[in-house]
Ligand binder design. Structure first.
Ligand SMILES: [Zn+2]
Length: 258
């Protein structure tokens, strides 16, 4: 069966009604919300980021400790993309809905900080962030302001002011646990919500992909906006297989004006 524009309008309407009726909506986002901002999904094949490297050989904690130069060379194109990226209409639509009180927590698997730059608050970055770095020697944490610019310009390896050790971006590498406090908050929010809006994630990365199960098992409704199908589609109330940067602004307008 072909999905028509009328069908999509009906899905947008249903999603908006669910958001208006719910008392506690939370959001889960992934790479698909940032691809319209020009940031490649770095876990996907074909983006170039894995062409010359195997993930475990470069983006694991042990690889970082063994060969930080290689890690920083690998990260460089991604960091360049993220540094020049701007939030897109999907990020702004979520920030608007949040400011108007229709959604609370935004849980994201992205490390690009674009939700916050679009004005969102209460963002749980469960895969960490490029906004801070931590020394692998003395655990001193610093903001990446100034450091990232220097790295992007000259590909220099950031070093700790206190001890000279190598700074590691606070993003979660392979072999690393998710940040426990952030993860616990994400689980709690998933248990408490009565609606979860999933935007731009195929729910293929564990353990983040467990969060919708927690929500639905506790009685929450589910809206999924993603260009491909997900394993939770069977349990969703509304599924919109379209670009989030096109759909979310429509939903936001209908909720805020309707
Ligand atoms: Zn240090």
């Amino acid at each position: 069966m072909t999905i028509t524009q009328d069908d999509i309008n009906e899905f947008i309407h249903r999603a908006s009604e669910l958001i208006k009726k719910s008392r506690h909506t939370i959001v889960l986002t992934g790479a698909g919300i940032s691809t319209p901002s020009g940031i490649p999904d770095f876990r996907s094949p074909g983006t170039g980021l894995w062409t010359h490297y195997l993930p475990m050989d470069v983006a694991s904690l042990s690889a970082f400790r063994y060969n930080p130069e290689q890690f920083y060379r690998w990260l460089h194109p991604l960091a360049v993309h993220m540094f020049s990226a701007r939030p897109n209409p999907a990020h702004f639509a979520l920030a608007e809905l949040q400011a108007a009180g229709y959604i609370s927590t935004i849980i994201t698997q992205n490390i690009d900080g674009l939700h916050t730059r679009a004005g969102a608050i209460d963002v749980l970055e469960i895969h960490g962030t490029l906004n801070t770095l931590t020394c692998i020697n003395c655990f001193h944490q610093v903001s990446s302001d100034g450091i990232i610019e220097e790295y992007i310009e000259h590909c220099t390896i950031p070093r700790c002011n206190s001890c000279g050790g190598i700074l590691k971006p606070d993003v979660i590498l392979y072999e690393e646990q998710l940040p426990i406090k952030t993860w616990t908050k994400a689980e709690e929010a998933s248990r408490r919500c009565d609606l979860m809006l999933i935007a731009g994630t195929s729910l293929e990365v564990m353990p983040s992909a467990k969060l919708p199960i927690i929500a639905v098992d506790h009685g929450a409704h589910l809206i999924i906006i993603n260009q491909t199908s997900t394993y939770m589609d069977v349990r969703a109330d509304v599924i919109i297989q379209e670009n989030v940067a096109e759909i979310l602004p429509h939903i936001s307008r209908e909720v805020l004006n309707g």
